[in-house]
Every structure is written in structure tokens, then in C-alpha cells.
Design a protein around this ligand. Structure first.
Ligand code: DL6
Length: 827
């Protein structure tokens, strides 16, 4: 039963709105949940509420689809193996402009909106930055009225739930669908068939002289789309996130069943459904697993069939596909799309190679998200041939034609040919997915200015020399709706009261806050809000891990995946150093700090997991030492996810962005902190460089080696022992770990960490440590001058407008996709 309120142009009075909301809620409780008020629990009310909001969204979605079709609009198709959407209800209410009315309507019947919001399961369909970026992009695409579909995988199990047991990370399955998902609509009518395995053969089509190739598969899997409506802010447009679920072609083998083979009767179903069973929980590490390649091909092949179906609905043939479709590859995970579109065009739609290749190249764009060589995907040729025999043939043909071109341009350069080839030779032959993406796309981009430069100079240098015009930079951004308006309502309100609310869709308007910098009352209000947010977080921390923290202390926060290059280790070494100082000089004045960590380590990444253990072990010692007297607290918050992030950013004073220069492609957490008025301590890495440029060097705590210095240091031979021998505080810090203070009964537990630091220190922790500690001292001194700190915080928020995902998406739309807004007319 649709709820009918809040549509643009229909001004219902508040009382009518409230009573309609209440009626819709009751209706949904009855007709969706099949319960009445007497038996309904909080989850039932959440579901009923979610359906009320969904109904609103679907009403708009229906009009959106019609408008796009009538306009024969060019569409963006964002292909991503990950979408880390976060909870939908709060976001839906905010984007529909119904949040306050809903809170009021619920309170009126004794229900608490905050409590219902907490009932929503977290859809953890991503690992970290890459997946969350895709989610921010979906929000901005819709807000900007750009026709778009996000295509991905409906993982039955998302990123694992992180438990901490005796300080160690333990992984538990993420059963996010246990209670159903009110936001999705299964669309079996748009099912597609996907082939795997088998062989290819040449044949002559009836009445045709030319030979064609066909792929005789060994297995067929069905893809069922599940659609999630994606609202934008202040618009009637609603775009779609279309996630594919794998099902068996023949789910039940009756012959096997009749022969008594009960397992065999459902084996096919199990094998097929496994494809979308679980998200691979690795970030920036390569996992050459067959199932992963199956996942990638499955969702890409499903999506391309869907894109073609949509195109042929409105056009007579595929010759003009590129004029109406821009397909963006979010990293190399969907890069197989290049070969799949070629296969479809040539084998299924009888295009000549040259025409098919032109369409393909003009349709695809490729975004690279990493500088870590180990994260660049390569698939063994054997595996590829076994799973996707036709695609391997097509890739060989693409490679053959491509290398012939390269040879013409660089006649005597076999090394270059070897580097550019789509196939890595020497040892096991492998298909290089980044090379396939580069060759098959008309546009290649990095995600921050420094990252794009490093791509041009290093990782993709040969491609850059070949096609400089294909390259551009698109610095990442975040949606201000979720990352300020929703997560920090107090600050959002203060800002809107001060400068109006245009910032919500024009983040550059935050600049107007600078005019209020000298207004003492404003600064006071700003400070009070941060303090309230810290109190809320302190309560959350207490409930989550039983640690009492002091909201008057500096909240020093590092939240992101645990990875050696992100250097959580350097942060914890600093904590140990502060602790050593307190033990040695108990009377010294210190600025109290609460150092908060959150993040998951890939389950197979032993060193990252050991860092988690070290953080927890240090927390145990520091938090329980009476001589510290509460001046230093360490907290590791288990199971960091989008919902937790929404609590953490608004309550942070200091943002730790301390990766080894040249290793973090961009970062987006750095932007969320600054937007919420936290100051950054960081290296010149990723988007930190641009954040510092925007907020001003005086409002950013910079330390550490630059990318060039890191390279130079490694070139002459980095000697970590030098730093150990010459820096007594660093020596003492490592010695205290070696002494077993943090690993009672297991003296050798942290030896691998010490070995890594002292043997080769690949992430330059030893080299940057002194500068980091010194910079942290500067941070502490600055924090003592609270008024100065608040001014710096306000300037960070005021000057962060560039990092709105709206700006990023507008850049993609104009420069890569060439798509135009198609606003849906209000009712
Ligand atoms: O572009 C989004 C995000 C960046 O902000 C991070 O710096 C980067 O580490 C992350 N990359 C990945 C790579 N995964 N793979 N492959 O998550 O992308």
C-alpha cells in the first residue's frame, strides 16, 4: 500500500503527512509482515517502515524509467564487483526529505526512529574504499539526475564479521540476508543465461558463406537481477543498483534423485549458487581463485546482456551502442567485459571485428584504484582457457592486433612489446587484466592527482607513452548527504543555520563558513557539537568494548582496512612511545589522548592480523596501568563498517592518514574526516596532497618522506638498523615489544613484526618514525590551544568542497561518459 506524501509539488500539511505515514506503516505491517500492532516487534516495524519508504522510491522509479526511455537518454553503466552501500533507510528518508516528518510521526505512535534504523542489517558488499566509492557515486549520479545503473553481485554473505577474541581477529560469516532484504526486488523476468567451460567450434551459419565461431558450454548458470532503488537528494529521479544472483539452470536432477543419488540431485544447484555466495574479503591483495574469476565473468556477462537488452528496446541495432551507453570498469575486476562485449558483437550479433572493436573501445572506460603491483589481477592462461575458452581466443586476437600496431610504432623494442602484451610470459603464462582494460577502453583514469601521475610514470607508463590522450585524473569524492547531513546532524544543522543549506548539493558553498571564523558564538557552538559527538561515541565505545574513555581527551582515529602500507603499526609504535614516556617521567605534562583504531584484516594476511593483535595487546597494558591514569587510552573497535564509520567521523579530532608516500591511491576516509572538522596528520600521499592544498598547509599536520624520497632511500639501500641505533625512543619502543610486555607467556609472538621492521622495512616505518612523533608533538601542542584548533577545524570543513562526489561525477560525466542530466518532472 503506497504511502503518498512528500512528492515534489504536492504540499500536504504536516498533520495530513503524519497521519498518512502512520496509516502506511500500519498497512505495511499488516500486509507485508502479516502482523498486527500487538505482536509486532521492532524488526517488524523496521520492515514496515522500509516498505513505506521503498514504495515512495518505486513510485519515483517508475516515472524515472519512463522519462529516460522517452528521452532515449545516454546511460552510465557502472560495473563494480563491490558496492558498500551502508544502511538504506536513513539515507532514503533524508534523500526523500522525509526524515523529520517520519521521526515525528513515529514518536507520535510511541516508536523511536533511531531504534528502528539500528534494526537494519548492514549490507557489507564490499571491502573498503573501492566499494564505498561506488556507493557514493550512485548517490551523486542520481542527485545529478544522470541516468545510471550500478551493476554488481548480490553476495549472500558480505564481508566477514570481525570478532576479537583474546585480542586476535576471528572471522564469522556475515548473514546479512537472514531476515530478508526489504530494499531489493527480484526480477526473474529479466533473467539471463551465462555459459561456462566447454569448447569452441567453427561453423557456417545457414545461408552465409562466412565462418562463425560458437561456444559450446559445459555449464549454464542463470543470473537473476535484484534491483535496489537509489534515491538522490532533492530530486524525483531514482536510479537502480542491479545486483545479480546466480541460480542453476536445472536446479534439480530428477533422474539422479530417482536413482537414489540425493546429493547428486541438487549438486548442480549448489555449484551454480556458489558463484554469488560470498564476497572475497581481500583488499589490495590478489587472490587468483577460480571462483573469483567465475564471479567476475558472471556479473559482467549478466550486465552486458542486460545493457544490450535495454539498448535494443529503444534502438534497432547495436551499431550505435557507444552513443547511448558508457560502461565504466571499476578497477580490473570487470575487465573481462572487454572480451565479452567483443564476443557478443561478433559471435551473437555478427559484427565484423573492426566494427566490434570500435564499439567496444568507445563504450568502455577504466578506473585504476591501486599502485600496488600485487593488486593488479592476472589470471593463469590455463584457468582462463578452461573456464572461458572463447574469451581466451578473443584476447589472443586482440593481443595479436594490438602488438602488431605497437611493433609498427616501436620496431626495435621487444622489451616494450613484452611489457604491453596482454599475456605475461616467462613462468606460468597469465592474462593481464589491467592491460586488457587499457587496450579495450577509450579512457583511463586514476583517482587522485598524485596517483594518476604515478600511473603515468610507473604502473601504466608504456600505455601512457602509447596513448597519452586516453589518460586523465578524476580525484575521488564522497557524498555529503551520508557523510555530513546524515551522520552529523548537529553540525549539519549549525552549518545550515549559518550559511543556508545549499551546501548539501553544492559543497563548495561551505566556503561561506570562513566569514564566520571570527564569530565567537559560532566557534563555541562548533566546539560544543564536537564535544557532544564525542560523548555519544564514548557511550558507544563503552557499550561495544567496555572501555571508558574521556571525551575531553583528543580523539585520535585511524579507521580503514588493516594493511602494512597504511601503517597502523607506526601509529601503535607512537602509542607505545607515549606510554614509555609516561612510565619514565610520570610527572610530565601530557595532552590526554584516546587513540581509536577500526578496520578488518584480510583473513589470509598474517602480518595485518598480527598488527590487530598488537593494538589490542598494547590497549590491554596501557588501559590498565594506573600510572597512566587515564591520560592515554587505546581502543580497537571490532567490525568496522559503514554504520560504525558514521559514528566515528563526527566525533574525531585527529585523522590518521599516514600511508607510505606513493602507496595509497587516494583515500576517501581522509575526506570524510575533514568534512566533519577533524584535522589530518598525514603524508604527501594520495588525495592528502590535494586536501592539504585546499585546506591550507597551516591547517594540516604534514610529516614524512615524499614519494621521491622513498624511492631515493630505497635506491641507495634503506637501512632500518640505522634508525634503531640512532633514535633511543624508537629503540626503547621496539625493545619493549621484544621484552614480551605485550605478549605475556608468548615472548616471540610479535617477532615477525620486529623482523619486518628491522630486516627490510618495506613500508618505511623506521624511516618516518621520528618525523611522525615530532609531528604528533606539534599536534598535541596545537590541541592545547583549543580556540586555534577549532578555527583550523572550521577551515577544514569550509575548504573541503572539492571532494564532493558530485564534483567527481560531474567530471566523469563531462569528460569521459559524455552523458547529460535527464531530470524527472515532479508529480
Ligand atoms: O578509489 C577508491 C579507493 C582509494 O581511495 C584507495 O586509496 C584505494 O586503496 C582503493 N583501492 C582498492 C583496490 N582494490 N583493488 N584492487 O580498494 O580504492
Amino acid at each position: 500500500v503506497p504511502l503518498s506524501l512528500g512528492s515534489a509539488g504536492v504540499a500536504l500539511d504536516a498533520e495530513t503527512q503524519v497521519s498518512q505515514i502512520q496509516q502506511a506503516l500500519v498497512n505495511n505491517l499488516h500486509w507485508v509482515q502479516g502482523k498486527d500492532e500487538q505482536f509486532a516487534n521492532a524488526h517488524d516495524y523496521y520492515t514496515a517502515l522500509a516498505h513505506s519508504v521503498r514504495n515512495q522510491l518505486l513510485k519515483k522509479r517508475i516515472r524515472t524509467a519512463k522519462t529516460y526511455a522517452e528521452a532515449k537518454a545516454k546511460n552510465v553503466y557502472y560495473l563494480s564487483a563491490e558496492f558498500l552501500m551502508g544502511r538504506q533507510l536513513g539515507n532514503g528518508l533524508i534523500n526523500l526529505g522525509m526524515y523529520d516528518t517520519m521521526r515525528h510521526a513515529l514518536a507520535d505512535c510511541g516508536l523511536d526512529l533511531d531504534e528502528l534504523l539500528e534494526r537494519e542489517a548492514e549490507p557489507g558488499l564490499g571491502n573498503g574504499g573501492l566499494g564505498r566509492l561506488a556507493a557514493c557515486f550512485m548517490d551523486s549520479l542520481t542527485t545529478l539526475n544522470l541516468p545510471a545503473i550500478g551493476y554488481g553481485i548480490r553476495y549472500e554473505f558480505g564481508i566477514f564479521t570481525q570478532l576479537i577474541r583474546q585480542g586476535h581477529q576471528v572471522e564469522a560469516p556475515d548473514k546479512w540476508l537472514s531476515y530478508g532484504n526489504p530494499w531489493e526486488i527480484a526480477r526473474p523476468d529479466y533473467r539471463v543465461e551465462i555459459k561456462f567451460g566447454g569448447h569452441t567450434e567453427v561453423y557456417k551459419k545457414d545461408g552465409d558463406d562466412d565462418y562463425q565461431v560458437r561456444w559450446i558450454q559445459a555449464q549454464t548458470v542463470i543470473g537473476i537481477p535484484h534491483d535496489v532503488p537509489v534515491p538522490g537528494y532533492g530530486t524525483d529521479n531514482v536510479n537502480l543498483l542491479r545486483l545479480w544472483k546466480a541460480e542453476a539452470g536445472e536446479a534439480f536432477d530428477l533422474d539422479a534423485f530417482n536413482a537414489g543419488d540425493y546429493f547428486g540431485a541438487v549438486a548442480n544447484k549448489m555449484i551454480s549458487e556458489n558463484i554469488t555466495k560470498v564476497l572475497y574479503p581481500n583488499d589490495e591483495t590478489r587472490q587468483g581463485k577460480e571462483l573469483r574469476l567465475q564471479q567476475q565473468y558472471f556479473f559482467v556477462a549478466c550486465s552486458l546482456q542486460d545493457i544490450i537488452r535495454l539498448h535494443l528496446r529503444d534502438h534497432s541495432n547495436l551499431g550505435n551502442l557507444a552513443e547511448f551507453s558508457a560502461i565504466q570498469l571499476n578497477d580490473t575486476h570487470p575487465a573481462i567485459g572487454v572480451a565479452e562485449l567483443m564476443r557478443l558483437l561478433i559471435d551473437e550479433y555478427s559484427f565484423e571485428w573492426a566494427a566490434a572493436w570500435q564499439i567496444t573501445q568507445r563504450t568502455f572506460g577504466y578506473t585504476n584504484h591501486t599502485l600496488m603491483p600485487e593488486a593488479l589481477e592476472k589470471w593463469s592462461v590455463d584457468l582462463f582457457g578452461k573456464l572461458l575458452p572463447r574469451h581466451l581466443e578473443i584476447i589472443y586476437e586482440i593481443n595479436h592486433r594490438f602488438l602488431a600496431q605497437v611493433k609498427l610504432r616501436y620496431p626495435n623494442d621487444p622489451d616494450r612489446l613484452e611489457r604491453l602484451s596482454l599475456i605475461e610470459e616467462g613462468g606460468e603464462r597469465r592474462v593481464r587484466m589491467a592491460n586488457l582494460a587499457c587496450v579495450g577502453s577509450h579512457a583511463i583514469n586514476g583517482v587522485a592527482a598524485l596517483h594518476t601521475e604515478l600511473l603515468k610514470q610507473e604502473v601504466l607508463q608504456d600505455f601512457y607513452e602509447l596513448w597519452p590522450d586516453k589518460f586523465s585524473n578524476k580525484t575521488n569524492g564522497i557524498t555529503p548527504r551520508r557523510w555530513l547531513l546524515q551522520c552529523n546532524p548537529r553540525l549539519a544543522q549549525l552549518i545550515s543555520e549559518t550559511i543556508g543549506d545549499s551546501w548539501i548539493t553544492n559543497l563548495d558553498d561551505l566556503k561561506q563558513l570562513e566569514a564566520h571564523l571570527d564569530d565567537e558564538a559560532f566557534r563555541h557552538a562548533w566546539q560544543a557539537i564536537k564535544q557532544e559527538n564525542k560523548w555519544s561515541l564514548a557511550r558507544y565505545i563503552h557499550d561495544a568494548v567496555g572501555i571508558e574513555v574521556n571525551p575531553d581527551s583528543m580523539f585520535d582515529v585511524q579507521i580503514k582496512r588493516i594493511h602494512e602500507y597504511k601503517r597502523q603499526l607506526m601509529n601503535v609504535l607512537h602509542v607505545i612511545t607515549l606510554y614509555n614516556r609516561m612510565v619514565q617521567n610520570p610527572g610530565d605534562h601530557v595532552v590526554p589522548r584516546t587513540v581509536i583504531f577500526g578496520g578488518k584484516a584480510a583473513p589470509g594476511y598474517a602480518m595485518a592480523k598480527l598488527v590487530v593483535k598488537l593494538i589490542n595487546a598494547v590497549a590491554d597494558v596501557v588501559n590498565n596501568d594506573p600510572s597512566v591514569n587515564g591520560r592515554l587510552k587505546v581502543v580497537f573497535l571490532p567490525n568496522y563498517n559503514v554504520s560504525q564509520a558514521q559514528r566515528l567521523f563526527p566525533a574525531s579530532d585527529l585523522s590518521e592518514q599516514i600511508s607510505t608516500a606513493g602507496m595509497e591511491a587516494s583515500g576517501t576516509g581522509n575526506m570524510k574526516f575533514a568534512l566533519n572538522g577533524a584535522l589530518t596528520i598525514g603524508t604527501l600521499d594520495g588525495a592528502n596532497v590535494e586536501i592539504r592544498e585546499e585546506v591550507g598547509a597551516d591547517n594540516f599536520f604534514l610529516f614524512g618522506l615524499t614519494t621521491e624520497q622513498v624511492a631515493a632511500c630505497k635506491a641507495v639501500g634503506h637501512n632500518p638498523w640505522y634508525y634503531y641505533d640512532t633514535n633511543p625512543e624508537l629503540k626503547r619502543t621496539l625493545d619493549v615489544i621484544a621484552s614480551g610486555l605485550f605478549s605475556p607467556g608468548e615472548p616471540d609472538l610479535f617477532l615477525p613484526i620486529l623482523d619486518s621492521l628491522l630486516v627490510d622495512d618495506p613500508y618505511m616505518v623506521m624511516a618516518d618514525f621520528a618525523a611522525y612523533v615530532q609531528c604528533q608533538e606539534h599536534v598535541s601542542r596545537t590541541y592545547e590551544d583549543r580556540d586555534r584548533w577549532v578555527r583550523m577545524a572550521i577551515l577544514n570543513t569550509a575548504r573541503i568542497g572539492k571532494f564532493s562526489a558530485d564534483r567527481t561525477i560531474a567530471d566523469y560525466a563531462r569528460e569521459i561518459w559524455k552523458v547529460k542530466a535527464v531530470p524527472v518532472a515532479g508529480e
